[in-house]
Design a protein around this ligand. Structure first.
Ligand SMILES: Nc1ncnc2c1ncn2[C@@H]1O[C@H](COP(=O)(O)OP(=O)(O)OP(=O)(O)O)[C@@H](O)[C@H]1O
Length: 204
C-alpha cells in the first residue's frame, strides 16, 4: 500500500447560508487512526465527505496524495472505503452475492479471497441469506467488512458499532487492528468505546 496523506487547508463547507465546517486545517497520514467526535449536527459526516472528495470545500482546499502524487478529487473514491448507517445496500442480494458484487468493483486486500470473507465476518452459516432477512447487526457486519477488507489507503467509518452488540463490537475492534496497518482510518462517533484505539482526536 502506498503512503497516503490528506491535507485540509482552511477548508470550510456551507450548505445554503449555514457554515457547517469553518477554517479547518490539518494533515492526516497513513498509519493514523483519527477519531472525530462532536454533537449531533456538528459536521462529522460532512467532514468525512470532504475528506473522501465526495464534497468540495466551499472555501480552502482538500488535497490527497498517494505515493507522493496528488490524486484528483474525481478519482479519490478509488482509494477510499466507507461505511455509515445511512449507506444503502441492495437488500435483495444474499450476503455472498453482495460481497461478490462489492469486491468486483473494489478489490480486496492482498491475501484475502471471497471465500474467506463470510468466515471473517462470522456469518458463514448465513452466507446465502438475503440481506433483507438479516438482522441489523448482521447487515452492519457486512457493511463493515466491505470497507475493512477493501484494498484502499483510506478507511472512513461513520458510527461503526451503532447496531452491534458487545461481542460484535469486540469483533470490529479486533478486525480493525488486523487490517488498519499503514492505512489512514477515520472513525466518526460519539461512543467513547468506538474511539478507544484512536491515535488522535478531532473534536468539532
Ligand atoms: N446536503 C446537505 N444540504 C443541507 N444541509 C446539510 C446537508 N448535509 C448536511 N447538512 C447539514 O449539516 C449539518 C451537519 O450534518 P452532519 O450529518 O455532517 O452532522 P453529524 O455531526 O454527522 O451529525 P450526527 O451526529 O447527527 O450524525 C446538519 O445541520 C445537516 O442538516
Amino acid at each position: 500500500m502506498h503512503p497516503v496523506t490528506l491535507k485540509l487547508d482552511k477548508a470550510g463547507k456551507r450548505f445554503g447560508r449555514h457554515w457547517i465546517i469553518r477554517d479547518f486545517t490539518d494533515t492526516f497520514s497513513g498509519g493514523e487512526l483519527i477519531g472525530i467526535k462532536g454533537r449531533n449536527g456538528s459536521g462529522k459526516s460532512t467532514l468525512l465527505r470532504l475528506l473522501c472528495g465526495q464534497l468540495t470545500p466551499s472555501r480552502g482546499s482538500s488535497v490527497c496524495t498517494i505515493g507522493g502524487k496528488e490524486v484528483a478529487p474525481a478519482v479519490r473514491y478509488k482509494h477510499v472505503a466507507w461505511t455509515g448507517p445511512y449507506l444503502e445496500i441492495v437488500e435483495e442480494l444474499t450476503i455472498v452475492e453482495f460481497l461478490q458484487f462489492h469486491f468486483a468493483l473494489k478489490p480486496m486486500l492482498p491475501g484475502l479471497t471471497l471465500t474467506d470473507i463470510p468466515q471473517r465476518l462470522e456469518l458463514d452459516h448465513v452466507r446465502n441469506r438475503k440481506i433483507t432477512d438479516c438482522s441489523s447487526g448482521m447487515r452492519q457486519r457486512v457493511l463493515l467488512g466491505s470497507a475493512l477488507y477493501a484494498a484502499t489507503e483510506i478507511l472512513l467509518l461513520d458510527e461503526p458499532t451503532v447496531t452491534l452488540d458487545e461481542e460484535a463490537a469486540e469483533w470490529f475492534h479486533s478486525e480493525l487492528r488486523k487490517f488498519r496497518h499503514e492505512r489512514l482510518v477515520f472513525i466518526a462517533s460519539n461512543d467513547p468505546d468506538d474511539l478507544r484505539d484512536c491515535t488522535r482526536m478531532v473534536t468539532l
